[in-house]
Design a protein around this ligand. Structure first.
Ligand code: HEC
Ligand code: HEC
Length: 455
């Protein structure tokens, strides 16, 4: 009894003070409501249009979980409220504003995770629909002079999102061409014809505190320590560089939150012996690029900077890297916020071999989300799925515990944008298949997957 008492006393501080867990909870709370609408500018839709959506929400029309708005736009709902869509008062109007978690939160195996990329967000479709709706909305005469100003910017923003030449073709992918177009626009230069769309999935944000030190984004080419890239999407949406300077402290704080995020734990059973065998396979086959995954005393991940691997070696889809031209590098150097928005030029273009913490939730895999499960990622590319369905991708019934990722489902009732088709440009599922993978058989792949579940 005495011994037990002593044990409890000694271990109390350990259990009571899970500082990193506390910081995680704080950071998640703060990030949930984060948006950067400022002085009438940002990722906004036409004034007061949000009232229509609020009315729909109050009646539960279209706004239910997995309802038609989710199916079409990919916005996630809870209690008839869209995640990452806010109503912000401005000059006696209500402005619908898109925040970070519209893209940077998502579901996997039925669990909602802040900091996971949204697997279904479809900014191209949102742009097309909102643009048309707003055109009609703007035709009604208004007395508030501020209406036209915000409305016109919202039209320009959504028209850009809707541009079929550069926008995303599939749910869950966001075209990086949008952000790049800002660098041309701000110098009054025409955006080049046939500019690559550079469609990527929304990355997970846990571990970003360390990742940013070696470069932001899938290609690791953004200087992540200066913090300016975090706001690029607002600039694209019509925010001015001068306004950004006024709220830059808030941007810094937001990016610091990301350093506190912990990865989500695998929600189902793991076979510890199988996982141990898998760890050995990991060390021999994967660790050279993805590195070690160490933990602190409380069992939380010790995040570390990932390695950057040349395209020549990883051989995944090149589209995202094609826009890294001398012209773009020059424009980035000249941009009006060039003290905070800078590139880190890598010796050769390539992709970051991200740490695999929380990898169970990050499917479909690779920067362009072209591989539905880890199991398929370990196979010869010719054996991977050529098409797969993204319908309800984050729900429990779409989660395959054995293959770790999406279940196969014959595309049936999906719209074309809910079907991932690897023959679309920028959607290739080639690459990430190395000599050492050829030694893996079915059993060893499953062991490796069991280990990855522990991360
Ligand atoms: C329209 C969807 C969307 C919205 C809204 C959005 N992001 Fe992102 N974010 C992305 C995509 C896509 C990428 C990856 C781009 C790439 O790698 O090419 C990204 C990348 C990032 C990264 C770099 C992550 C890494 O692994 O290097 C950070 C940090 C980030 N976003 C922060 C934010 C913050 C803060 C906000 C809110 C102001 C925000 N984002 C809003 C889509 C979005
Ligand atoms: C030669 C370096 C290299 C080796 C070896 C390697 N990877 Fe990768 N891995 C990468 C790179 C680079 C990427 C990013 C590629 C991209 O996004 O196009 C990546 C991406 C991934 C992803 C996708 C992560 C996400 O969030 O979508 C997973 C999962 C993964 N690797 C698992 C593994 C496993 C498991 C092994 C061992 C069997 C392994 N890798 C071996 C370099 C490597």
């Amino acid at each position: 009894m005495k011994k037990l008492f002593l044990f409890i006393i000694i271990s109390l501080p350990l259990f009571a003070q899970d500082v990193r867990r506390d910081h995680h909870v704080e950071a998640v709370e703060a990030f949930k409501n984060l948006h950067f609408f400022y002085k009438g500018r940002g990722m906004a839709i036409s004034p007061d249009l949000i009232k229509l959506y609020e009315l729909m929400g109050s009646r539960g029309v279209g706004t239910q979980d997995l309802g038609p708005i989710y199916q079409r736009w990919g916005l996630l709902f809870e209690n008839n409220q869209a995640k990452g869509l806010y109503s912000v008062p401005y000059k006696e109007m209500k402005i619908g504003v898109l925040g970070c978690v519209a893209c940077h939160s998502g579901k996997a195996a039925g669990e909602y995770v802040i900091g996971l990329g949204n697997k279904n967000i479809d900014v191209g479709q949102i742009g097309q629909d909102a643009y048309l709706g707003m055109k009609m909305w703007g035709a009604i005469p208004r007395s508030n002079p501020a209406f036209k100003e915000v409305h016109d910017r919202a039209l320009a923003f959504t028209k850009g999102l809707a541009d079929k030449k550069i926008s995303n073709q599939t749910q869950g992918l966001v075209p990086t061409s949008l952000i790049r177009s800002w660098f041309y626009q701000v110098q009054n230069l025409p955006f080049p014809q046939n500019f690559p769309r550079g469609q990527v999935k929304v990355p997970h944000l846990w571990g970003y505190g360390e990742k940013r030190k070696s470069g932001s984004f899938w290609d690791g080419e953004g200087n992540g320590e200066l913090g300016g890239w975090g706001i690029a999407v607002e600039l694209y949406a019509g925010q001015t560089p001068e306004n950004v300077r006024e709220y830059f402290a808030k941007v810094h704080q937001a990016e610091d939150y990301l350093g506190d995020f912990l990865s989500p734990k695998y929600p189902f059973k793991i076979d510890p012996e199988k996982a141990q065998r898998g760890e050995k396979i990991y060390q021999a086959t994967c660790q050279g690029c993805h590195g070690e995954h160490r933990r602190d005393l409380q069992g939380h991940p010790i995040f570390e900077s990932p390695k950057h691997i040349p395209l020549r070696i990883v051989k995944t889809d090149p589209d995202r890297l094609k826009a890294l031209t001398e012209e773009l590098y020059k424009l980035i150097e000249k941009n009006p916020l060039n003290d905070v928005i800078q590139s880190v030029r890598k010796k050769e273009p390539g992709y970051v071999a991200q740490k695999l913490w929380g990898v169970w939730a990050r499917f479909p895999y690779l920067h362009n989300a072209s591989v539905p499960s880890v199991y398929e990622l370990l196979l010869d590319p010719s054996l991977r799925s050529k098409t797969f369905s993204l319908k309800n991708a984050g729900e429990r019934e779409r989660f395959d515990e054995e293959k770790l990722g999406l279940t196969s489902m014959t595309p049936k009732y999906e719209s074309a944008r809910q079907v991932y088709d690897t023959s679309r440009s920028g959607h290739s599922n080639q690459g990430h298949y190395f000599e050492s993978f050829k030694k893996l058989d079915h059993e060893s792949r499953l062991e490796l997957i069991e280990y990855l579940k522990t991360l």
